[in-house]
Design a protein around this ligand. Sequence first.
Ligand code: COA
Length: 308
Amino acid sequence: MTGLTVTGWGTALPDRIVTNAELAESLDTSDDWILERTGIRERRVGGTTSELAIAAGRAALERAGRRGDDIDLVLLATTTGDRIVPATAPTVQEALGIPGGAVDLNAACSGFVYGLVLANGMLATGARRILLIGAETLSSITDWTDRSNAILFGDGAGALVLEATDDAGDLLGWDLGSDGSATHILKCEHGGTIEMDGKEVFRRAVRVMVDSSKASLEHAGLTIDDVDLVIPHQANLRIIHSACQKLGIDHERASIVIDRYGNTSSASIPLALVDAIETGRVTTGDTLLLTGFGAGMTWGSAVLRWSR
Ligand code: COA
C-alpha cells in the first residue's frame, strides 16, 4: 500500500488589502451589507498567479525541509493561470528548481481537493513527492463595476508538500463530482469576467457540500462525529454555516479565513488549512474534512488524518 502524508505547507498573499469600505467608494454597497451577507471584511489583490504559487510553494518546501530537486511533480490548481498556454505550473517548476513534471488543473474552487485526490493516485503509482498548490488572481477576471461579484473575490495561494508513505496514508476517504448541466450558473468566457447567478450557486453549494462531505466520510468509514475540524471552501460564510448545520457539526469547528481573504477559489482550502495549522487548531491525530464546490459545477471532499 502507498498513500500520502503532508510534510510541508505554506501560503502567499498580496500585500494590498482592499476593504469593504474601499469598495463602497466606487460601488453602491456598504461594509455592513457585505459583512452580513458574505462574512467578508477585506480581500487581498495583486501579483500574478505564478508569483503567488512560487512563494507559497517555496514556503511549503522550506517547512518540509525539502528542496526543489526532491519533488517529482508540481500540480497547480488554478482558474487564473498567467496565460492560456503554456500552463503556469512549468513557470513554478522552473523557479523552484523542480526536475519533475508540471501541470495545471482546473476544477474551479474544487481544484485543490481534486489535486489532493489526484496526487494520492500519483503517489500510489510511483511518484515520491508532490508539490500541490492552489493559486489564484481572481481580481484579473472580476468585473469591478458589478457589486454582486466584485465584493466576493480575492487573490492568494496555498501549497502542501505531499509525500508517499509505505502504508495506506492519511487520505482516509474522498468524493469528487461534477454536473456540467450547471455550467451557465457560474462561468468566465475567454477574455471576459466572472458571470454568476449567485442565488442558484448558493442553493446548490450547500446541497453538494453536504452530500459530498457525507460521501467522503462514508468512504472513510467515519461519521461527522469523528471530524475534529472542517476545512471548507470559503465562498460565503452563510454557505459554510448552513452546510455545517445540515451536516450536524457546530460551525465553530470550521476554519474560517473568508473574513480576511474573500473567495480565492482553488487557494481557499489550503489558506484555511494552513491558517488552522498555524493558529494551533490542528493537532496530531485529528480528522479533517476538506470540502469544496465551484464552477462546473464541480465539488470535492476529502477526509484527511493529520499525522504531523
Ligand atoms: N451591496 C448592496 N446590495 C446588494 C449587493 C451589494 N454588494 N449585491 C446585491 N445587492 C442587493 C440586490 O440588488 C438585492 O436588492 P433588491 O432586494 O432591491 O432586489 C438585495 O441586495 C438582495 O440580493 P440577493 O442577490 O438576493 O442577495 P443574496 O443574499 O443572495 O447575496 C450573494 C448575494 C452573491 C452574496 C449570494 O447569493 C452568494 O454568496 N451566492 C453564492 C456565490 C458564490 O458562492 N460564488 C462562488 C462559488 S465558488
